[in-house]
Design a binder for this molecule. Structure first.
Ligand code: C5P
Length: 240
């Protein structure tokens, strides 16, 4: 693990910056996830729970994280007919979750009904536009015409019109999305690497500072924190 130095920000500043960080708990046991959460307690950061941890631990772990004081983004990427998504979100929004997501390619009606359920429960709902794992060839094989970036912007506008609060997007797309969707639209961006961290399998990366400057609202950061010997210090050192 790379060594990390002292933070350059004041305590108050750090708390405000941490509130923009969603730590991706891509972890395969409940015990390890809880241990990590204990190390990050009271830092102000969010926790992002993905499909693997949700499949293992379900809403009981999410409610436990909530009791510990975390905000939680449940990265479910729902994609189904509007009625099924609506009914699923009724169950999920009755938990300690604060933000959930759906695939924008599920269409306007699905997103509009998702937004209604989530907002009624005072939760945020965001959209997944184009998975960054999809190449141009793969997109055209499923019938997408135009570039990935055009598709991202098209789906983000559709999501906004349907009432979603924002989208998950590469930090590299944040500037164009901010311009297209305005300053209130939430941009949740993975692919973040501080200068001291390994890249792992991420290719198009931005530092936390650069991502904020590009217009990100929340930064999704996983391995630079979760694989660090001292996750709390790694979180605090995102900003140096
Ligand atoms: O460990 P790392 O910081 O690369 O983790 C990034 C997180 O963001 C993972 O949970 C990954 O699934 C997610 N993600 C991503 N790229 C996307 C969408 C989500 O890395 N385009």
């Amino acid at each position: 693990m790379n060594s990390i130095e002292k933070p350059i920000h004041s305590r108050e500043n750090l708390q405000a910056l941490n509130e923009k960080v969603m730590v991706a708990l891509d972890i395969n046991t409940t015990e390890k996830a809880l241990e990590l959460a204990e190390q990050l307690e009271k830092s102000g950061c969010w926790l992002k729970v993905g499909l693997e941890l949700y499949a293992l631990s379900g809403l009981s772990l999410i409610n436990k994280f909530k009791e510990m004081g975390f905000n939680i983004f449940l990265d479910m990427k729902l994609h189904d007919i509007p009625t099924t998504v609506e009914k699923t979100l009724k169950v999920l929004t009755a938990s300690g979750v604060d933000m959930i997501n759906v695939h924008c390619s599920g269409g306007y009606e699905m997103m509009a009904r998702a937004a209604e359920v989530c907002h009624k429960a005072d939760k945020r709902i965001i959209g997944v536009t184009v998975l960054t794992s999809m190449s141009g060839d793969e997109l055209s094989a499923i019938g997408v015409q135009g570039s990935a970036e055009e598709q991202v912007l098209k789906l983000a506008k559709l999501a906004q019109n349907a009432g979603l609060d924002g989208v998950v997007a590469s930090a590299q797309e944040a500037k164009a999305l901010r311009q297209a969707c305005g300053k209130e639209f939430l941009l949740v961006t993975p692919g973040i690497r501080p200068s001291w961290s390994e890249k792992n399998d991420q290719v198009r990366i931005l530092t936390p500072q650069m991502a904020l400057e590009a217009g990100s609202s929340y930064l999704v950061v996983g391995r630079p924190i979760t694989l660090n010997d001292d996750p709390r210090k790694a979180l605090e050192n995102l900003w140096r």
